[in-house]
Design a protein around this ligand. Sequence first.
Ligand code: FMN
Length: 163
Amino acid sequence: MKIAVIYMSRHGTTGKVANLIAEKLEREHPVDVMNLARFPALSPEPYDMVIIGGSIHLGQIQEEVRAFCERNLELLLQKEVGLYICCLLRERQEVQLRDAFPVKLLAHSKTHACLGGEFLMERMDHEDWVVARVAAKSDRSVSKIDFQAIDKFCESLLKGIHA
Ligand SMILES: Cc1cc2nc3c(=O)[nH]c(=O)nc-3n(C[C@H](O)[C@H](O)[C@H](O)COP(=O)(O)O)c2cc1C
């Protein structure tokens, strides 16, 4: 089983989560972790399982993630798929997850989840820092990566698949 984790990240958290997922899955299967920003023409073709992650800013996932899913939809529907977002508004996570990916892909996915998020103040430009400071009511970085949800996500992906 060849696995790809394909992600897009603004300040690094979705990439960090991609690597945590890969660490767990590569105990049993070869995993490639790829940043869509670096490989915009990436194809999921060589992989049996494709995990796609993006982060939410002002309610939206990265346009590049959306476009990747649309462009490769037919191919992705023939593969094992896992979908995740990184975000911080707990009460919005279901809606944001639903809006982030094509309906058909969500329905087809083996699992989909919000895996938490972070405000990494030192990595933000001024505009993002202002939004984050108001949302967090603080200028300190916040780390709420959901490690339990990552474990559950990986377990669901591996269910029924043998090494
Ligand atoms: C400018 C800005 C806007 C954000 N908007 C949202 C939002 O609409 N909903 C949400 O749940 N989280 C929001 N977040 C939190 C991000 O989803 C969180 O910081 C995430 O970990 C970012 O991941 P990344 O560094 O991989 O891009 C926002 C963060 C910033 C800095």
